[in-house]
Design a protein around this ligand. Sequence first.
Ligand code: ATP
Length: 639
Amino acid sequence: MTPASLLEHLETWYRQGKLRLLDISFARWCSRHDPAPTPELLLVTALVAYLEGRGHSCLDLDSLLLNTLTLGTELEAELAQVLTGLPRTLPVWQNTLYGSPCIRPPSSPVPSPLVLAENRLYLRRYWQYETALSQQIRQRTDPALWSLDALTNALPWLHALFPAHSEIHWQRVACALALRSPFTLITGGPGTGKTYTVARLLTVLLSQSARPEALRIALAAPTGKAAARLTESLQKALRELPSNLPAALDISTLIEQVGPARTLHSLLGQDWTTRQFRHDAAHPLDLDLLIVDEASMVDLKMMVALFDALPPRSRIVLLGDRDQLASVEAGAVLGDLCLHAEAGHYRPETATFLCALGEPPLPENLRDSKGSDLAQCRVMLRHSHRFGTAIGTLALAVNAGDVNSVTRLLKQETHSSLIWKECASPQEVVEVATRPTELSYGRFSRLLQTRPAASADFDAWALLLLQTLDQFRVLCALREGPWGVIELNRSIEQKLRAMGGLQPQGEWYEGRPVIITRNDADLSLANGDIGLTLRSPHPAQGLRVYFPDTARTLRARAPSRLNHVETAFALTVHKSQGSEFEHTCLVLPAPHPIVTRELIYTGITRARQRLTLLCADPNTLEVGLARPTQRTSGLKFES
Ligand SMILES: Nc1ncnc2c1ncn2[C@@H]1O[C@H](COP(=O)(O)OP(=O)(O)OP(=O)(O)O)[C@@H](O)[C@H]1O
């Protein structure tokens, strides 16, 4: 294979839409900056750019050479064909690639656009991100930082906050490990009590502080919606704390001290014109404790920025569900860090520490004398307190890729909380979405027609409408096509109009729900915020879009000022992350690379009480479940 013929392949793939312009441009650029470009160089440069666009932080040469690179597209077969004309051993490729001025080993003092670290080829900035984050995590999980003395005093609090138990109480373990170390990872599915645990952790930390009122605490999440939900559920968990605590606690003061959760962008003070953050290593955040929820949505670059801005002596707790879809941008940090969480990997000193706090002995299969420092700071919560059995069991079976159990569960017709149907037409989705039952847009549409006469009652009505809207959502895997968000939003609008609930005239109309798709600091709106268009009670203002505030008040914005919005009767599963609905209608198209195990799991777990799963094709579930997302990165700590 010659460089020219390889370039020809790349050009063909680009013309066929299998590669992006960016991918081929990068390969061309590298070939111009190499006096003797090789076919290997051309291939890997196009691929590393392509993979970055699909969320991978690097290219794994081993997988490439074994032809096991999972691209989920037609490119897989094309690649296999091209590889037949190239050598297939890693040392030969390493030699060839290090021969190019575009690629250097990590130890090289000479900068290059690409870094090859053993079998992993990185765009330089991703290698820098991974190296920086690994360093931060190693520093923060160093056992030299563990504080053990304070824990004796914390024992009465742990006893009071968590009832006596005979099995390992993972929430209590999480609390204890978070008290011991300045870095803690708590992963668990929906309703496993991540927020419940953090409320207790806050209480114990404050009880152990010499000056609790001086403790600077911040809560953050990747989107506005997730931040609002964290604020709400943490405040609820704090208000529901048991009353038999070792000392009196003023919950209202505590809630005030913690304050509402912010988006990560707002916490770090992003300047929207330069995209730079105000807080970084030179200008660290002013805080002692940071709690970040929905950490699975945080991409590699943002995670690096976050750790960079943390003061060295602060404490950080990351919460999230490692099995959910990762961020759209490159990196799956939480998934990588929690890859081995289920198996514990607790070292003897951690087992002894937990025993001393009154936990039953850890079973053998969770112990590992060689467990990493990270594993000693990580807990997986394993019991969901929220789901009715059907949705929870389905989520577990989906997570395990267990097609037989999934099919069996869906075919049992006894669960009112779980409805599954193969649909011949997207119109069936519209029927579910507009049924005149409590948990669909039917109720929303009726409520919309009961506008109060007195303008003093407007806010209460608008808030009720927003709450009603939030109880139900159609979630799609795709944006385009008959089973995608765009088409379904249009059909639901039309049906609601036919039912008399909406009068869509043009883009903006009363009753149009919208989702913000880009942070807007000027308007104090965050990516993921959902608002509802209504006629203002002040006639001169015409239509306004109303967004709920955490304090249960409304913010109104003129539609003309909202530049990045989409109708939100139907959302993509990606956009729904960080939200939950009493009833979720999950729509899956025919098998498609985007329909992965994580997407199905994330869609299912957005449902609190009821899930309606509508599939356009009998094979979608089986094919999707067999397709777990694999993101290549070097962040995978050993165990
Ligand atoms: N140990 C427990 N005993 C009793 N109830 C619990 C316990 N843990 C959690 N819960 C209850 O389960 C529900 C879910 O808890 P929580 O909101 O903390 O879960 P979560 O993991 O944060 O969920 P999500 O991922 O959806 O945010 C809450 O109503 C909480 O009060």
